[in-house]
Unconditional design. Structure first.
Length: 723
């Protein structure tokens, strides 16, 4: 006899309210809503390149919050969003936008109330309840009508999307669609059982689905994520998950939550994507089929996992490995979006069956506190399993042209393409939270520069607030007019303005011959740069900067040799990260009044060579990833570490160095004291001689010391922390 259970399910109203903003005199915006809301975020229409790097400071009645822009790109309405904040429910808020000037007409405030207003008892079969302790969608309060195209949630959204899909495409858009089709063909051809669709469901309970459910023959990999949002222990997991669900489903227009499972603040496991076992989710571009995505609530570049969360993650990993027959230590082939000039469709990868999102994507997910734990989980949780294939018979429901999202071809920019393989909008975009590091380049010509994308594809080109069309293989010519005006020539068109930005995976400065002196063959030219090249005018000269995530900057920094010992490289990388991050703070500006944080000139800042150096220095790039987010602190505060090439056998204290240079306001710095430097005995001092010795770091690394011990020897009393 099959029994039934009386089960309480939460009642809530998940309507997303859109609110206009009122600009106050101090540059802040004020908002009021009809009812109290506990989830808040902003949307920015028609974003400029600079808008993608802003952060939002929120002020509520009893608390303040800060979140930055979600870099999964724009939706079909060309709108980007900040990460949602979870707060005590309120009908009023103020916010201040950091990092960019935005027209208030382009700003919309979104808010919702994810609190349960009560519960209702419902009859449920045991099979509909949580499996093995997994909290089901019904239990955390998923409103399934959000996934239906004929629901009230999609009355205005869906016609806009259909108009977008059915509109005529430019040749560039058609070319992009053709490339994505080739990628899909490659994945299907080479994916085996993991990319074999055995069931495709386009409707549910008589309603057409926004995002059709695909189930594969096999799941062979587990990918760990974090949601990258601040936690609040006074709020329930369900409140936060309902907010993520609505944000992914409606604002981002994905049609459902992107993860297969989520781990709560106390280690509870929650069901994510609808569709059950073997369902394709949306968590890792071009790797969604045949993978299961597990995401931890929170931001673990800022916070640390607690014991309950670690236990929950380990339980979920073991559960998925057993269910699908995944041997965690097996090597698996994968791909990720191409960011280098020499790859064709993808960058091809080899990873373990258990991996972090950053292993197959250009992202810092699942965070610097989570990612280093993965090798330990593989070692401790690994079991030899035989693959378990999906034997449940299914159907492939017929497709009705023009009536579904996420299964049709989309424009590649700003939204990723959805062919028969389900990839959520713009999930291929680089995920980076927070302001970028801006490094001034020592480009020699003060009057003109020629830019291009390294792979010949179209980049994102803007002049001030104007987006400039760019054709395939087109070059961008920029000059200076008068004191600060710059001129732009692209094709046969001319423009003038103040700030030009060219953004792409890799940008090339064609007019810069930067072949290293030692390279007699001319094989290398250090004129390639990740992310964005920015051009401005000042005092009649061009100012060129490379704006990019701090971790990418470190990979292109030439302060250490690729052939150095690993612990020596770690020592310099952690020191350089701390040095750069120190000068990113407004109170510590090295270049006061300038539009950049650092310089590529080693005489005034740190030596930076860009992406070409990263390509020929894989050991350095690997160490940057291994030490992600680690900086040097003293008494819990970030410090500016001093380091130099070599001493004469003894380093100088900061006080001693200051006095030797005739300064009158010298102070003693507790962590910058003189120490014996055995590796430099008999040498002539090179550099200022204070702090970490490069030659000394090599000496200690060859003696078996790790980088933390080396740093703490030269900088007494410091700690290495993730911040």
């Amino acid at each position: 006899m099959i029994g039934v259970l009386l089960h309480p399910l939460p009642i809530h109203d998940m309507t997303i309210e859109r609110s206009p903003v009122v600009l106050a005199g101090n540059g802040s915006y004020h908002i009021s809503t009809q009812k109290p809301k506990n989830i808040w975020y902003i949307g920015i229409k028609n974003p400029k390149t600079s808008d993608e790097h802003i952060c939002v400071e929120w002020q509520f009645a009893t608390e303040s919050k800060r979140e930055c822009i979600d870099h999964d790109g724009a939706n079909t309405s060309n709108e980007i969003f900040s990460f949602p904040v979870l707060v005590d429910a309120t009908d009023r808020a103020s916010l201040h936008i950091l990092g960019s000037q935005i027209d208030s007409n382009d700003i919309t405030i979104y808010s919702m109330d994810t609190r349960a207003s009560g519960s209702r008892l419902t009859l449920a079969l045991p099979s509909a309840m949580a499996e093995n302790g997994i909290i089901s969608r019904a239990e955390w309060g998923a409103d399934e009508t959000m996934r239906y195209t004929d629901s009230s949630y999609w009355q205005t959204r869906y016609p806009i999307y259909l108009q977008y899909v059915q509109s005529p495409k430019t040749q560039a858009q058609l070319d992009a669609i053709n490339i994505e089709n080739k990628k899909v063909d490659y994945l299907i051809k080479n994916g085996g059982a993991a990319t074999e669709i055995v069931s495709l469901k386009r409707t549910e309970n008589g309603h057409p689905l926004v995002w059709p459910i695909e189930n594969t023959r096999q799941v062979s990999r587990i990918v760990i994520h974090h949601t990258a949002q601040s936690l609040d222990s006074t709020k329930t997991d369900a409140e936060m998950i309902r907010g993520i669900y609505a944000y992914h489903t409606l604002s981002r227009e994905w049609g459902d939550i992107g993860y297969n499972y989520l781990i709560g603040q106390r280690g509870l496991i929650y069901e994510g994507r609808a569709g059950g076992d073997y369902a394709v989710a949306s968590h890792a571009a071009y790797n969604n089929m045949g993978t299961v995505g597990i995401s931890i609530l929170g931001d673990y570049n800022r916070d640390h996992l607690n014991r309950d969360q670690i236990a929950g993650i380990e339980r979920a990993i073991s559960m998925m490995a057993g269910k699908y027959g995944i041997t965690l230590s097996d090597n698996k082939k994968g791909v990720r979006k191409c960011t280098i000039a020499n790859c064709e469709l993808f960058e091809k990868l080899s990873t373990k069956s258990l991996m972090g999102h950053e292993d197959i994507g250009h992202t810092d997910c699942p965070g610097s506190d989570t990612y280093p734990r993965i090798p330990d989980w593989i070692a401790r949780l690994d079991r030899p399993y035989a693959p378990v294939y999906n034997s449940v018979g299914g159907t492939i429901e017929p497709k009705f042209p023009g009536t579904e999202m996420n299964m049709v071809l989309r424009v590649v920019t700003p939204i990723a393409i959805y062919p028969s393989i389900v990839i959520p909008p713009s999930i291929t975009a680089v995920k980076y939270i927070g302001p970028k590091f801006r490094v001034k380049l020592s480009y020699p010509d003060p009057t003109s520069i020629v830019l291009a994308t390294a792979d010949g594809k179209t980049g994102k080109l803007s002049l001030d607030t104007q987006k400039i069309p760019m054709q395939v293989s087109q070059k961008v010519q920029v000059g200076i007019v008068g004191n600060s005006t710059i001129s732009l020539k692209i094709g046969e068109k001319y423009y003038t303005g103040s700030v030009l930005r060219l953004s792409h995976s890799v940008v090339r400065i064609d007019s810069w011959d930067r072949v290293p002196d030692w390279d007699k063959s001319g094989k290398y030219n250090d004129n390639l740069f990740r992310d964005t090249i920015r051009v401005m005018g000042k005092n009649g000269k061009l100012v060129i900067t490379n704006d990019l995530p701090l971790e990418w900057y470190l990979k292109g920094m030439g302060e250490v040799s690729n052939s150095d010992l690993t612990e020596k490289i770690k020592t310099i990388v952690v020191s350089a990260r701390s040095y750069a991050k120190w000068y990113m703070s407004p109170q510590n500006r090295k270049f006061s009044g300038e539009s950049y944080d650092g310089s590529d000139d080693p005489d005034v800042f740190q030596k930076y060579l860009g992406y070409s150096y990263e390509l020929r220095s894989p050991s350095v790039a690997r160490v940057v990833d291994m030490t992600r987010g680690q900086v040097i602190t003293y008494s819990g505060q970030l410090i500016k570490p001093w380091y130099h090439s070599s001493s004469d056998g003894r380093t100088l204290s900061a006080l001693e160095y200051c006095q030797k240079n005739g300064s009158l306001n010298c102070v003693d710095t507790p962590y910058l004291q003189s120490v014996v430097d055995p590796g430099s005995i008999g040498r002539v001092r090179s550099g200022h001689g204070v702090g970490i010795s490069g030659v000394g770091a090599t000496y200690w690394a060859s003696s078996g010391w790790d980088y933390k011990k080396i740093i703490q020897y030269y900088l007494q009393g410091v700690e290495i922390q993730k911040k």
